[in-house]
Write a protein that binds this ligand. Structure first.
Ligand SMILES: Cc1ncc(COP(=O)(O)O)c(C=O)c1O
Length: 387
């Protein structure tokens, strides 16, 4: 009998199993189910990026094992991107490491930094990989609730002293999944000071950095002291509709970057170079595609805001990401999602799937074409308008 490791058996259960079973049943019965569940862009990767990749695929030099921490031209393009938009000067040699999507680096960072028994400070509701990576490395997560009251910004003053003495890593993610809020620079400065005081590494997840509607979110790395305590994870996934390509990076503090790169040297052999060539073109080519993408999401957000108004649900208008974090009138996240699926054939994600403080909230991902979104809205209004 094959018995998976204790480590694997300790992974949290799949919280959406029942909802997923219901969704599959409805689809098998021939119902038209609209998914606002998974956060995966529906738009295609821009044509000029695909063309660059096609050309690179024909180059035998890119068919070999990629270099350790990334193609030098791609790392230079990443450094130039930070310099151009944020005035942050990064040394491409020592302060940037290319990843197989940012998830890969996020999952591996705890293995590079934590010893068994060390603590990660993990916001909840949040992206589950911060906790899972910590657990797989033998560490322990101390969860930091994100609530309406704290404006979805963890309150460091609530962390017990004995936790602080064992804490080695703090995860922050803004623009935030799932709550769609941004962090003000004063807050990030407070986080940097907190990490410096307690000798904690700050791992900043900027996956949604380029998906904003009005004002560009604050750059973590541009803040004073950021590079002394932390690194930023970023990727091409959401910015250029490239989730399937698996190209990301970590950048910032050279010691942290080096630790993760050394770990990766022993686990993978880097990111396929043809993809890194495409990534270079994505970052250095015309950014018109990105403005068009923001416009698409902005329109969808406004449509959905109209629906929420009609059904009388409360939510703050997102300033970025393609998520909508909505408070359910019943306060029952799973119950609401089930009702929505059963009666309107629309999939959403219960807030509790991201952590217990997500109770009472539902996350809608606006990653379906406008006509599908309009149809989902029509069904939601038919279901809930009268209530
Ligand atoms: C908050 C957050 N961080 C990181 C990722 C990982 O993105 P990728 O591995 O595609 O770069 C995701 C993906 O959904 C995410 O939501």
């Amino acid at each position: 009998m094959i018995v998976p490791s204790e480590r694997l058996r300790k992974l949290p259960p799949y919280l959406f199993a029942e909802i997923d079973r219901l969704r599959k049943k409805l689809v098998s019965e021939g119902h038209d189910v609209i998914s606002l569940g998974v956060g995966d862009p529906d738009q295609p990767t821009p044509e000029h990026i695909i063309a660059a990749c096609q050309q690179a695929l024909r180059e035998p030099r890119y068919h070999r094992y990629p270099l350790g921490h990334g193609n030098p031209t791609f790392r230079r393009a990443i450094a130039d991107y930070y310099d151009r938009y944020d005035g942050v000067r990064l040394d491409p040699e020592e302060e940037i490491c290319v990843l197989i999507g940012s998830k890969e680096g996020i999952a591996h960072l705890p293995l590079a930094l934590l010893n068994p028994g060390d603590i990660s400070l993990v916001p909840e509701p949040g992206y589950p990989v911060y906790h899972i990576g910590t657990m797989l490395a033998g560490g322990t997560s101390h969860f930091l609730p994100l609530t309406e009251k704290n404006r979805f910004l963890p309150d460091f003053s609530c962390i017990p002293t004995e936790v602080l003495s064992r804490a080695k890593l703090l995860w922050l993610n803004y623009p935030n999944n799932p709550t769609a809020v941004f962090a003000p620079s004063e807050y990030l400065q407070e986080a940097i000071a907190f990490c410096r005081k307690h000798n904690i590494v700050l791992a900043y997840d900027a996956a949604y950095r380029e998906i904003y509607y009005d004002r560009r979110p604050v750059s973590f790395l541009s803040l004073p002291g950021a590079r002394e305590v932390g690194v930023e994870f970023h990727s091409l996934s959401k910015t250029y509709n490239m989730t399937g390509w698996r190209v990301g990076w970590v950048c910032g503090n050279r010691h942290i970057v080096k630790a993760l790169a050394s770990l990766k040297e022993n686990i993978d052999s880097g990111t396929f170079e043809a993809l890194q060539v495409a990534g270079t073109v994505a970052l250095t080519g015309s950014q018109d595609c990105l403005e068009r993408l923001r416009q698409i999401y902005r329109q969808r957000r406004d449509l959905f805001a109209g629906c929420l108004k009609t059904i009388g649900w409360s939510a703050e208008l997102p300033r970025g990401t393609f998520y909508y974090w909505v408070k359910t009138p019943s306060g029952d996240a799973v119950g609401t999602v089930k009702e929505l699926l059963e009666k309107a054939h629309v999939v959403a994600t219960p807030g509790t799937g991201f952590g217990p403080s997500g109770e009472g909230f539902v996350r809608f991902s606006l990653t379906v074409p406008e006509e599908r979104l309009r149809l989902a809205i029509k069904r939601m209004e038919a279901l809930w308008k009268k209530k």
